[in-house]
Write a protein that binds this ligand. Sequence first.
Ligand code: ZN
Length: 428
Amino acid sequence: MMPKTFMPTVTTQEELEELQSEGLRWTVNHAYHGSSFYRKKMGEAGISPDTIGSLGDLDKLPFTTADDLKEGYPFPLLSVPEDKIVRVHASSGTTGKRKVICYTQKDIDDWANMFARCYEMAGLNRKDRVQIGVGYGLWTAGAGFQLGCERFGAMAIPVGPGNRDMHCEAMADLSSTVFCCTASMGLLMAEEIHRRNLVDRISIRKIIFGAERHSTTMRRKIEKNFGIEESFDIPGLTELYGPGTGIECQRHEGIHYWADYYILEIIDPETLKPVHIGEIGEMVVTTLRKEAVPLIRYRTRDLTHIIPQSCSCGSVLPMHGPLLGRTDDMFIIRGVNIYPGQIDNLLSQEAEVGSEYQVTLKRASGQDYMTVRVERRETTDYSKDKETISRLEDNIKRHLLVRGKVELADYGTLPRTERKSKRVFDKR
Ligand code: ZN
């Protein structure tokens, strides 16, 4: 028997667009009739379900934001009767109340299929043993990784976060082949495995990283320490089911996203207009079959860009780039929007510098100036400074389209914090 596939039923762009138009009509109709909030919001924008016929009508719909999720607390945007809800998850809101998101049984099934597709795309098979090191509970992470694994048909080993003893034991004794974790956890485990001399006793061949921004440098280090073939980046958002809304395929040309489950738009967070294809902007999502809490042009505040080319793997599923942080972290210099994630990316491609940096913005004689101060690597000596600086300044100009002055600092001299480090100092 052929193994079951979780890939889309459509195979061409035209079919995909038709499916999206159909899903859009269904969602607008469903949300309008199921949720007084959406009905009111559409009414205010002069829209009824009849207004939305195809994808081309998408931009007539008003945006939804995280603030709209506060309004209906605890069950915001609910578009089905409460007795249809079979589960809730919540994300840790950075301010105020958590975002509680409801799921119907169909939503849970769809999510399982989406996540099973992630494992399929990463090249797993039914014999894989998937050790899950992300959080269980109200969070979507653990539930998503496990649900998808069982739906896919591999063996789930739900260890949860932390607990390095149990993780080492499970890896060695149960011969786990895939490890799912955040990048920070991956780094800790990579060190732990070396410390305990377990490298020869473990069989991990792939690592799947859950949603946490990390640099390429960090990822390569984890891959090397584990001695694995490859690793994958999996994005996700509680409002949009949870983790598993896309993944890199084995060609690693970008993150394939599930365009048969949601529409992705990229907008300029300042003007709210779509950016040119390939430019960085805010991800806005519209779900195509989500029942309990459909999303209509929901502003995620996550930043990325659409990759215009299709992947050499031949999949009909489009790709976006890595997540580059949140719109809240954006700053503007000389009319250009810059995101700290872009600077992370640039620096992680430079061999002589580490991951710690600070950006300072100043104003002098009516002009804005940017200085990027970055640490040398532990092993880098001063003799390469001049070349490193000129390479980085060239790259900044080429990729960020503004000039920036680069300064190098000694390894370990920039402040470190366990929480999110403050990297941008705007002194204008
Ligand atoms: Zn691909």
